[in-house]
Design a protein around this ligand. Structure first.
Ligand SMILES: Cc1cc2nc3c(=O)[nH]c(=O)nc-3n(C[C@H](O)[C@H](O)[C@H](O)COP(=O)(O)OP(=O)(O)OC[C@H]3O[C@@H](n4cnc5c(N)ncnc54)[C@H](O)[C@@H]3O)c2cc1C
Length: 351
């Protein structure tokens, strides 16, 4: 059975942006997403107190002009990351953390009002849910004449003249079979392309009040000592929900969630006193354990390695298969800005 709809594999920011842009051009499109959730590495969870917590992408700034223009087009509001107050820098276990203030003149980081997932929700409302199929994990891609045949893990097949692949490149070549095989040099490149934040562990602790602010702390912390390596105030734009959120030492994936939680609270009590213990909920996400986000490398692949490699701008299977995830972008690859850039670049090739 032939089909004229362009198929996009992956319903993260790149896939949904590509779908939105194609839809805007009046072209038929179908997004196939493996998970029951859309957004991929954008994952906003709602806490018990209704605070929105980013387990994935959070910040952007003036260095991300494509994303800023896109947010303007979609009429989405953003606000400055709270940094006012005393921040902490802990270099050694046997000396107290150094105290410093982040100057007001520093270029701000922004966060989306309502959580990063508002961007995903807005795109879905523009594309239409009828053009998106969730719980559809593609496992096989075959070139068949002037069509591509895709097979999902339930055995369903899909035919299309063009496929836009938006998985991180390593995941795309390591978890999907290709017939004919992709060129060896391309496979090798993709397997050695870093997936931004794939190895990270995010945590958040939800509170009823921003007690650290009352003690003149900003909530920002950088530590070479504790399980928390980096942290920020994560309260909502309207100051109705309160949390501290950041990153844990990547090696602590060997601990249980309870063990990580205990170490996080102990570290917070050390800086902010006993009130830190009095939390509402502890949240975390170990990204390398998410098989739809990360696939381990065979060799050492440092941050951003091969991100934005020019090979990704070339099509495969005689102009029928295109790679367009954030890591392929020619600007700011790995970031949300890169996801939009990658989608825009690919769409400019479709009429
Ligand atoms: C912890 C963390 C923090 C981050 N912080 C920031 C930040 O502060 N600022 C910033 O700009 N960026 C940040 N990023 C990066 C940002 O999230 C990504 O650049 C962006 O979301 C990537 O979008 P994408 O669509 O290219 O890829 P993804 O979001 O990875 O989307 C790929 C999609 O494909 C789906 N999928 C996987 N396998 C299959 C399959 N076989 N078949 C069908 N679908 C499949 C996945 O479920 C996913 O939805 C962060 C990422 C993480 C993980």
């Amino acid at each position: 059975m032939t089909n004229s709809k362009i198929i996009i594999i992956g319903g993260g920011l790149a896939g949904l942006t590509a779908a939105y842009l194609l839809h805007k051009k009046g072209l038929g499109v179908l997004v196939l997403e493996a998970s029951s959730q859309l957004g991929g590495r954008i994952q906003t969870v709602t806490g018990i107190t209704n605070v929105t917590i980013e387990m994935g992408a959070t910040w952007f700034g003036e260095q991300h002009p494509t994303l800023l223009r896109f947010l303007d087009e979609l009429e989405l509001d953003f606000f400055k990351q709270h940094t006012k107050g005393i921040s902490l820098f802990e270099t050694m276990s046997f000396v107290p953390p150094q105290k410093f203030e982040i100057p007001d003149s520093d270029e701000p980081s922004y966060r989306l009002a309502g959580g990063t997932s508002v961007l995903i929700e807005k795109l879905v409302s523009k594309i239409g849910l009828e053009n998106i199929k969730k719980n559809t994990k593609i496992i096989d891609i075959k070139e068949k004449g002037d069509q591509i045949e895709l097979t999902d893990s339930n055995g369903n097949t899909y035919f299309t003249p063009k496929v836009i692949m938006t998985l991180p490149p390593n995941l795309a070549v390591s978890t999907i079979d290709y017939d004919p095989k992709l060129p060896e040099s391309f496979q090798d490149l993709a397997q050695n392309t870093h997936t931004w934040m794939g190895e990270s562990i995010k945590f958040a602790v939800e509170y009823v009040t921003p007690f650290w602010r009352n003690k003149q702390y900003s909530g920002a912390l950088f530590s070479h000592v504790g399980i928390i390596t980096e942290m920020y105030d994560h309260s909502t734009f309207d100051n109705k929900g309160f949390a501290l959120k950041g990153f844990l030492n990547g090696g602590t994936n060997v601990l249980t969630k309870e063990e990580r939680k205990e170490k996080v609270l102990t570290q917070l009590v050390k800086y902010f006193g006993a009130e830190a213990e009095n939390h509402v909920e502890y949240h975390e996400k170990v990204w390398k354990e998410d098989p739809l986000a990360f696939f381990s490398y065979d060799s050492l692949v440092l941050a951003h390695k091969n991100n934005g490699h020019p090979e990704y701008q070339k099509s495969l299977y005689n102009d029928k298969l295109f790679f367009a995830g954030s890591e392929t972008a020619s600007q700011n690859p790995g970031y949300m800005d890169g996801a939009i850039v990658a989608a825009q670049t690919i769409i400019s090739k479709f009429e």
